[in-house]
Design a protein. Structure first.
Length: 389
């Protein structure tokens, strides 16, 4: 696979770069900062001495002060280093520190305050369509996802299975995050049915035979490992009563498909639809994070069943998005968008589908999903602005 230019920008000051494993954090840093001194905490020979004596980081910094740029890779391996980095930022204002991580769990557990705001938080996502350009295929993205480590593999399905086994072994089992790995494995399968849906922890608990409290703890682990997230309901000035539960998403379509059990009773179109909604969510999150988080992301669902998949709300954006894994547009597909529009007339309405024709249906702009994803460029307005002119 050829080198891909990422659309993630680097802050001018010290910053954290978080993202799941395999999203290309180290590769991007190597391209962007080739002269930086890198402390790779995945290397046991480097990690062990710093676990024993975190203050040794000061000696390393003094020895490489002329570089003015120091990268600490996978900082969650030695969370005690943050206190030392905090002191070094004040002592050496000319040195820029970049700290990467694929898990926030140890940092939270250690009570780390993320340098008391002295470092900006940035996020590295899987590839987005605008980064891949002509190499982006919607069908392939829905099947294999967009993790760089997966797209570079000869067997993408095998790499995805290995990727999940790595998380279970290294991040879950070796770190002792759960007492019973079998319970957690059953939970992963059960919660995969909630991908792209409203998350009901009591239902997941019944499906995998554990307590609701255990499920809530497992979900917190997925969120801390950055491989899943929850999407809150939009209830600002709501006239209709909305649901109280969040939606749930794995961070990558390929990861979702690998976790999701499949059998004779599992309709392929149901799995495809959930994968498509997750792929759109991934792009919306990446666009928002890489653009400096101008919007908050939500979904809308009323207690009587009206639902819109995504709501983007900010000073310059108020956009309601419905996603359908269908090549045709029916009036029933647009009814919930119009219900939202009747409650929030200021919102633009966008319908993404698998067809090829772009057209207006009343006040709803209908766009092929692949085109929308390709033209989402961080730092620029969402493409529907131009298409409505």
């Amino acid at each position: 696979m050829k080198l891909v230019k990422r659309l993630l920008s680097a802050p001018e000051e010290s910053f954290f770069l978080f993202g799941p494993r395999g999203t290309g954090k180290s590769t991007w840093l190597g391209q962007r900062f080739p002269d930086a001194h890198v402390i790779d905490l995945l290397s046991p020979d480097i990690c062990r001495p710093l676990i024993a004596h975190p203050e040794r980081l000061s000696d390393i910094v003094r020895a490489h002060a002329d570089t003015h740029l120091l990268v600490i890779d996978e900082v969650q391996k030695v969370p005690e280093l943050l206190e030392v980095v905090h002191q070094l930022i004040e002592r050496y204002p000319d040195i820029r520190f970049i700290l990467t991580g694929s898990s926030a769990r140890k940092l939270k557990r250690a009570g780390a305050d993320l340098l008391a705001g002295r470092a900006i938080l940035s996020t590295c996502h899987p590839f987005i369509a605008a980064e891949l350009g002509e190499e982006f295929s919607l069908a392939a993205a829905l099947q294999d996802g967009l993790l760089p480590i997966v797209l570079a593999a000869q067997s993408r399905a095998k790499r995805l299975r290995t990727y999940l086994e790595l998380y279970l072994r290294e991040e879950i089992q070796m770190e002792g995050l759960v007492r019973n790995l079998g319970d957690f494995s059953r939970f992963l399968e059960a919660v995969s049915f909630s991908h792209g849906s409203v998350l009901t922890t009591s239902a997941v608990a019944r499906d995998c035979g554990v307590s609701r409290t255990t499920v809530e703890g497992f979900i917190a682990i997925l969120e801390d490992l950055l491989i899943a997230s929850r999407l809150p309901v939009f209830s600002k000035r709501a006239k209709r009563q909305t649901v109280g539960h969040d939606k749930f998403f794995f961070f990558d379509a390929g990861v979702f498909r690998t976790v999701r059990p499949k059998g004779p009773l599992d309709a392929p179109e149901e799995i495809d639809g959930a994968a498509l909604e997750g792929l759109v969510y991934h792009h919306l999150k990446a666009w928002n994070d890489y653009s400096g988080q101008p919007c908050s992301l939500h979904f809308w669902r009323t207690t009587n069943g009206k639902e819109v998949d995504f709501i983007m709300y900010g000073e310059t954006e108020f956009l309601a998005i419905e996603v359908k894994n269908s090549s045709r547009i029916s009036s029933s597909d647009l009814s919930d968008l119009r219900a939202f529009g009747s409650e929030y007339p200021a919102a633009r309405k966008l319908f993404l589908y698998r067809g090829t024709e772009q057209r207006m249906e009343g006040d709803v702009l209908c766009v092929p999903c692949e085109r929308f994803l390709r033209e989402m460029i961080p730092g620029k307005p969402l493409p529907d602005h131009a298409w409505r002119r």
